[in-house]
Ligand binder design. Structure first.
Ligand code: 5AD
Ligand code: SF4
Length: 437
């Protein structure tokens, strides 16, 4: 009988892609994908620790596997990803969950195949303190349909004061342009990916570690030369490094570059941005947004916002709301500040109460909701790339790459087809348009 694996992934796209590498390694060992945990011979928890809520959820899920392990003593339970890289976490996991088989850190994830081969039923934790050279020989099993994730760099040097990522993902290391280009060329040959999404904690600082003038635009120029029926997008960006050169480049390569841009602002208050160590002002952010809309009128913007950062006053929060009103975001990912041990902000005075944080996140979402109408109005008269999808009533709709549904004259288009849609009107919060290409 074939052995089965089950991977449960938490957190960001970086982790989703890491799980594709884990699947690649497990398949190499002869495992096939299982549908449920109870039929699995190996369960892998690929974890996240960006907020406390994530950790609490993961701990509960790991605890739930105790019964499965009891029923099947040969079951392997592996925990890897950002959570395990925190100081003292491997010991804590061993204490709380003695039935675990393996705990693996972020820097040695790619050694998982070896650890599984060597496993001898005893608990083992291997968490390297530091990052090693980038490995280019990793097999992956891609699972996200028509989007292919491609790492362009690992780690983060920014040390935003609330963020645990630099402590668990190490310093910035960029992959070589030619290695990335080779991977994208192979993907293009497969001809099944509509989007290639470049991944990094801060893609805009790509190449800084080469110290030879290479930057993110240098990489994009090379990738845009690759022929194929796909577009390129990227995440995440940092406003301090998001250059006007990059905006010009995207504007002049819209045949290849996605124009849905994710640009996390975190706060609209300069005082808070300073204490977050973000190294830009709200005025600079607005300048970037203005330039994006000027050069790429159809661009859609999304952002991340943290409410309730230590010391955030009502006025600071209102500055954030004002910035949101200004930027016309297509979507906002709003988070309540969560204290992360070992980060500077966790020791800052004037931590905001849970009650105020909750009230502010509600107000942020209410504002987003009330601005939706304006945002939708803004789409009218513009043409967007979209994919034909099936609606609830079995009719066809066009779904833009920023996830808005547009009603079209149904009955004429095959599901999955890539089209251009001109948005003609907004009626009762619904968009209507026609396929123009
Ligand atoms: N608390 C709340 N949100 C956080 N983020 C990062 N660290 C924290 C934290 N300690 C958010 C940021 C980041 C997104 C991925 O998660 O907005 O952009
Ligand atoms: Fe965290 Fe800031 Fe690095 Fe993003 S740029 S991963 S928020 S430290």
């Amino acid at each position: 009988m074939e052995k089965k694996y089950f991977i449960e992934t938490f957190g960001c796209q970086m982790n989703v892609h890491d799980s594709e590498k884990i699947a690649g390694m497990l398949r190499d060992l002869g495992y096939v994908e299982g549908k449920t945990k109870s039929e699995a011979d190996i369960i892998v928890f690929n974890t996240c620790c960006i907020r406390e809520t994530a950790e609490t959820k993961i701990m509960a899920k790991i605890g739930d596997t105790k019964a499965l392990k009891r029923a099947n003593p040969n079951l392997l339970v592996v925990v890897c990803g950002c959570m395990t890289q925190q100081k003292g976490m491997a010991e804590l996991l061993k204490k709380r969950f003695p039935f675990l088989s393996l705990v693996i850190g972020t820097h040695n994830l790619e050694e998982m195949e070896e650890y599984i081969k060597e496993h001898n039923k005893k608990f083992r934790a291997v968490v390297w303190d530091n990052e090693k050279a980038i490995r280019e020989d990793i097999k992956m099993y891609r699972t996200s349909d028509d989007n292919a994730w491609v790492n362009i760099m690992y780690g983060c040097n920014n040390f935003c004061t609330y963020c645990i990522v630099p402590y668990v993902r190490g310093r910035e290391r960029s992959r070589k342009i030619e290695d990335i280009a080779q991977e994208v060329e192979n993907l293009a040959k497969e001809n099944k990916y509509k989007m290639v999404t470049l991944l990094g904690q801060n893609v805009n600082s790509y190449g800084n570690d080469f110290k030879d003038g290479t930057n993110f635009v240098t990489l994009l120029k090379r990738l845009c030369e690759i022929k194929g029926n796909f577009k390129i997008s990227f995440m995440s960006s940092h406003p301090k490094d998001f250059s006007f050169e990059l905006i010009d480049f995207i504007a002049s390569h819209q045949d290849k570059m996605s124009i849905n841009l994710h640009l996390p602002v975190q706060s609209g208050s300069d005082e808070i941005l300073k204490r977050m160590n973000r190294r830009y002002t709200s005025a600079h952010y607005k300048e970037l947004v203005d330039y994006i809309y000027k050069k790429i009128p159809n661009a859609t913007l999304s952002t991340d916002i943290i409410v309730g950062f230590p010391g955030e006053t009502e006025k600071d929060f209102e500055d954030t709301l004002d910035l949101v009103k200004y930027c016309k975001f297509a979507s906002i990912f709003g988070f309540v500040y969560s204290k992360r041990q070992g980060t500077p902000a966790s020791t800052f005075e004037n931590q905001v109460s849970a009650k105020v944080k909750k009230e502010r996140i509600t107000r942020l979402f209410e504002l987003e909701h009330s601005l939706q109408k304006e945002t939708l109005k803004n789409y009218v008269g513009k043409t967007y790339d979209a994919t034909i999808v099936k609606g609830d009533k079995g009719d066809e709709l066009a779904k833009t790459h920023f996830n808005k549904l547009i009603r079209i004259d149904a009955g004429n288009y095959e599901i999955g087809r890539e089209v251009s849609v001109l948005v003609e009107k907004l009626d009762n919060d619904l968009l209507y348009g026609k396929v123009v290409g």
